[in-house]
Design a protein around this ligand. Structure first.
Ligand code: MIG
Length: 663
């Protein structure tokens, strides 16, 4: 049961796909105040747990902290950060009363979940123009499923996108990319994709490639494809200001960029230097920008990642002018301690300034909207532009597409990756905890930068992260320029990497099948333990183990120097451990706590009582998957319904594509 309350005149976000009759008044569950902006206040019961918020910091149960929906490019995801790249305004309250709330509001929204007062939850925003959806249900899982029906089917990527991908900021030339391909293929470590970061472009201009490095880009794309490796280029939000650059010139000529109050183009510095932002909220501009992806698909490209679309800002000319003026005063006076700090803060504060987000406008098909009112929609609509463009290019084909910034609704058009994490054990744990929350908000195709983006990784951290990455739909190793190189073949005893990444392919038929079931049924691929064992007080609190699909539990190792870890079994389960030598070890664990040894280079999963899963032979790319090699592991007498399809067309009928396998 879903009720929709409307306050003022909300901006259309297209987050919900079901149109509902408005309910008059305010939700009875809490107190709504509309005197200063909007505020919904709910008294938390002792036992209430709060789920949701998608790409947000901290644990699965969000209670006890404050989270702000305000898409931000902040590469320092420490525990105190309230905003990350996405804005996923859905929560499910589970406890004394069970209900869900979705705040369809694309500006800055604050969730104080027992932070200011541990017994109070308060959701507030400055502008009382929004829609609030209230979902009544039996438990959190039921509420999530109803919410997913409201927001529509999740994006379905091509099957190759379930392979393993290598990325790094800094690959420039064909030689750089070939070295990666060789490193994997010669060492027989599986690989399906190599990502092209901004250095493939000519001076960071979208929809170009460096002509000196790539005299025949299409030939290079085909060369890689012949080795079963797809190249996946990045596209940034900002379009370089440069005379003679067609994307820039067309955008200016047709008025497709975001504008300032005075009607001139808004300018912001990012990688290419000064850029303009395509007004993706405008239908014509969006269509124009989306059609540009064809420049690359014409060369054989089949997937993209959209970056910098919060949109991220290094600085604006206005910001620089202010700093320059302040610097002049600073230089002319004898520096004092406070003046030094003020100067430092001012230069640091140039990036992503609130004033700059309030200084430009969108032309929403005739209606002028100041950016900060719809800030959280930009990455969503940039990705919608791409998805619609790709649909026009080939409506029958699936393309790989994921974004950094997002809002609910974008999950129908592409996946997301979780941005610039660090090579920290804490961020492996954050990755584990974030996945089910992302799923609740519709983002099924997602994953983190495995090994960590910033800072130097270690062999051990990378192996442990890959061991979890086996289960994330997006399995990509990515790192920042200047950090330690982290391609799998660079470390000693590569057989551990070969084995672990190989396990991804051994499980791929199962993982793909579970992904498709989750997508087609508006269900979760990653479930918190609390959703599957709601009556078990220990399972309810267990946030470092997850249920994947309908059959298995995982309990990743996320600490340094561990040889295994304590695992909580809410019921009897059968372990399948992929050992370092490629063999499979099985063992039954009874309900309760057990220490499970899992060495580096090993991966374990636990099959729930009475269930079974298919496991295949290790192969080096998705193309080589061989159904004939599938064997069924798990509990005697169990059956598994395997979903499979061609992985590229949109012919994903559930009935037609399922076969039953028995143990
Ligand atoms: O300001 O393109 O999150 O994955 O490697 C950094 C360079 C811009 C941020 C992305 C990251 C990517 C990097 N980008």
């Amino acid at each position: 049961m879903v009720k929709k309350y409307v306050y003022g005149r909300p901006v259309e976000t297209e987050a919900a796909v079901v149109s509902l009759q408005e309910t008059a008044g305010t939700p009875e569950l809490g107190e709504t105040s509309l005197t200063e902006g909007f505020c919904f206040r709910y008294t938390l019961a002792e036992e209430d747990m709060i789920f949701g918020l998608g790409e947000a910091n901290r644990g699965i149960n969000k209670r006890g902290y404050v989270y702000i929906s305000d898409c931000t490019d902040d590469p320092d995801h420490t525990e105190n950060k309230a905003s990350l790249y996405g804005a996923h305004n859905f929560i499910a309250v589970s406890g004394k009363t069970c209900f869900g709330l979705f705040f369809d509001y694309p500006g800055r929204l604050r969730f104080d979940i027992g932070y200011t007062d541990s017994r109070v939850m308060e959701i507030s925003c400055a502008d009382a123009n929004l829609a609030v959806y209230v979902i009544e249900g039996t438990d959190a899982y039921d509420i999530v499923k109803q919410f997913r029906k409201l927001i529509g089917r999740s994006y379905i990527p091509p099957k190759f996108a379930f392979g393993y991908g290598q990325s790094r900021w800094g690959y420039r030339t064909p030689e750089d990319f070939r070295a990666v391909a060789d490193g994997y293929r010669e060492n027989h470590i599986p690989l399906d994709m190599i990502y092209m970061d901004i250095d493939y472009m000519e001076n960071y201009k979208d929809f170009t490639w460096n002509p000196e490095n790539f005299p025949d880009f299409g030939a290079f794309v085909r060369e890689m494809k012949a080795r079963n490796i797809r190249l996946i280029p990045i596209i940034d939000a900002g379009v370089k200001v440069e005379q003679g650059y067609s994307v820039y010139e067309e955008g200016v000529k047709n008025g497709y960029f975001c504008k300032k109050e005075d009607g001139s183009e808004f300018t912001v510095a990012v990688w290419p230097g000064y850029t303009h932002l395509p007004d993706v909220l405008n239908d014509d501009a969006r269509r124009w920008f989306g059609d540009k992806y064809k420049i690359l698909t014409d060369e054989g490209i089949e997937g993209f990642w959209n970056d910098m679309n919060e949109p991220a800002m290094f600085y604006t000319p206005e910001g620089i002018a202010e700093v320059k003026a302040a610097m002049r005063t600073f230089v002319e006076n004898e520096p004092e301690k406070d003046a030094v700090w003020a100067m430092r803060d001012m230069t640091r504060g140039l990036a992503n300034r609130a004033e700059d987000y309030a200084a430009f406008y969108h032309d929403r098909n005739g209606e002028k909207i100041r950016h900060d009112r719809i800030h959280n929609l930009y990455g969503y609509y940039m990705t919608k532009a791409a998805a619609e463009g790709l649909e026009r290019i080939n409506a029958d084909k699936r393309f790989l597409l994921f974004s950094r910034s997002s809002y609910i609704g974008m999950h129908r058009y592409g996946g997301i990756w979780t941005g610039d994490n660090q090579s920290w054990w804490a961020h492996l744990l954050l990755n584990i905890r974030m996945m089910p929350s992302l799923n609740m908000c519709g983002f099924l195709y997602s994953g983190a930068d495995l090994g960590g983006f910033g800072a130097d990784t270690t062999r051990e951290l990378l192996l442990r992260w890959l061991a979890f990455g086996i289960f994330t739909p997006l399995m990509r190793n990515h790192s920042a320029e200047g950090t330690r190189m982290q391609e799998a073949y660079r470390f000693e005893r590569l057989e551990d990497f070969r084995n672990l990444i190989g396990v991804r392919y051994r499980l791929l038929p199962y993982l793909y099948s579970e992904y498709m079931k989750a997508a087609l049924n508006d269900d979760l691929y990653f479930k918190p333990m609390a959703f599957v064992y709601p009556q078990d007080p220990i399972a309810r609190e267990t946030e470092d183990q997850l249920i994947i699909g309908n059959e298995i539990m995982v309990a990743p190792v996320y600490t340094q120097n561990a040889k295994g870890r304590v695992v909580y079994f809410p019921e009897e389960m059968r372990m399948v451990k992929f050992c370092a030598d490629g063999s499979i070890a099985e063992e039954v664990f009874r309900q309760g706590y057990h220490y499970v040894e899992t060495g580096l280079g090993e991966a374990a999963l636990f099959i729930r009582k009475g269930r079974c899963i298919p496991i295949g032979a290790a192969v080096e790319c998705v193309e080589q998957l061989d159904k004939a090699s599938l064997a069924v592991y798990g509990w005697e007498g169990a059956a598994y319904t395997l979903y499979d399809d061609d992985g590229i067309s949109k012919d994903w009928d559930m009935e037609k594509n399922c076969t039953v396998m028995k143990r």
